[in-house]
Design a protein around this ligand. Structure first.
Ligand SMILES: C[S@@+](CC[C@H](N)C(=O)[O-])C[C@H]1O[C@@H](n2cnc3c(N)ncnc32)[C@H](O)[C@@H]1O
Ligand code: SF4
Length: 303
């Protein structure tokens, strides 16, 4: 059984270096100001009249994991909310990317580098594909780790016409209670053993990384899918958040507990599913151009 872990870490402010609004980067010619103990755990952000250094001292992620999140998957975000816990990523977080001026900087190899916020709402853009796939479903649909069924609105039109039967597998009693209050027609399952029907479609929406025994559960789900039925998995990779020290402290001391068994990406999950009778229909990997949400869509083969 895996231990539960965090899926995010914080960068917090450490110090400022003045920079007039129209001036070039002062760190280029000021080596002492530029120096940081661990450049891979640091970044600079430009404010109106200064450069602000942020660092992470996370104990939940190895330095190489932090570096991977920043340089390979490109999943750093600026907190633009006043919330302790982010519950609406599209509103609360703004993706950042490397500043253009750093690309050609002569001291680039000796500097943590600066990031700039992007305008694009990458979360809403990537979620549009999920909503599109859900809107086409009919028949018996099992939502594994349904939570409070935040995506149900995409299924509701077909359900209200009697073309879709919604089964929610949710072991958490409080979440299941809230789901049933909102969607009285949902059939709640406490465990997969209660499932007697053949499925037309199975969904794991942001639940795969919460499963302590994902392999065994997926084997049972795939076995219950009819040939031609589909399996949709959507989940999030680890990410870093640039925020104030007070907000980071409040979040770290807050009531939220770790819920993630893994921080797997599409490649890892696709490799795990390779032994099942499934054909890949669509795959969206996390990259510096996307949100931290990946997607895998399969059709069940006949054997
Ligand atoms: C992050 S929530 C996702 C909720 C919802 N699907 C969504 O898209 O927001 C993950 C859910 O997986 C559920 N879960 C955890 N372990 C599970 C298991 N073994 N089988 C089914 N669901 C599980 C949790 O109770 C939680 O509601
Ligand atoms: S890499 Fe970027 S932040 Fe660092 S000195 Fe050069 S321009 Fe400034």
């Amino acid at each position: 059984m895996s231990t539960l872990r965090s899926n995010s870490f914080h960068f917090v402010p450490r110090r400022d270096v003045p920079r007039a609004p129209d001036a070039s980067c002062p760190l280029v010619s000021d080596e002492p100001a530029r120096q940081v103990a661990r450049p891979e755990l640091a970044l600079w952000l430009r404010l109106r009249d200064r450069m602000r250094l942020f660092e992470t001292d996370t104990a939940d992620f190895e330095p190489r994991e932090v570096e991977r999140v920043r340089r390979v998957s490109g999943q750093l975000y600026l907190d633009v909310s006043r919330k302790v816990a982010h519950d609406d990523f599209a509103r609360d977080l703004r993706k950042v990317t490397g500043a253009k001026e750093c690309l050609e900087c002569a001291v680039r190899g000796d500097c943590a580098g600066r990031v700039v916020p992007l305008r694009d709402d990458v979360f809403t853009r990537d979620d549009a594909r999920v909503l599109e796939l859900l809107a086409n479903l009919t028949g018996t649909v099992l939502d594994v780790g349904a939570g409070e069924a935040p995506y149900y609105a995409a299924l509701a039109p077909r359900a209200s016409r009697g073309e879709l039967r919604y089964l929610a597998l949710e072991p958490d009693a409080e979440r299941a209670r809230l789901l049933l209050r909102r969607i009285p027609s949902a059939v709640r399952l406490d465990s997969l053993q209660e499932l007697t029907e053949v499925l037309d479609h199975a969904l794991l929406l942001r639940s795969y990384n919460h499963l302590t025994d994902a392999g065994a559960l997926l084997e049972q789900v795939v076995a219950r899918l009819r040939p031609g039925g589909t399996l949709l998995l959507v989940d999030n990779e680890a990410y870093g958040v640039i925020r104030s020290a007070a907000a980071a402290r409040a979040a770290e001391r807050g009531p939220a507990r770790f819920e993630h068994a893994h921080n797997a990406g599409a490649a890892e999950v696709a490799a795990q599913l390779a032994r099942f009778p499934l054909s890949l229909l669509d795959r969206r990997d996390v990259s510096p151009h996307t949100s931290n949400q990946w997607l895998l869509h399969y059709r069940r083969d006949s054997t």
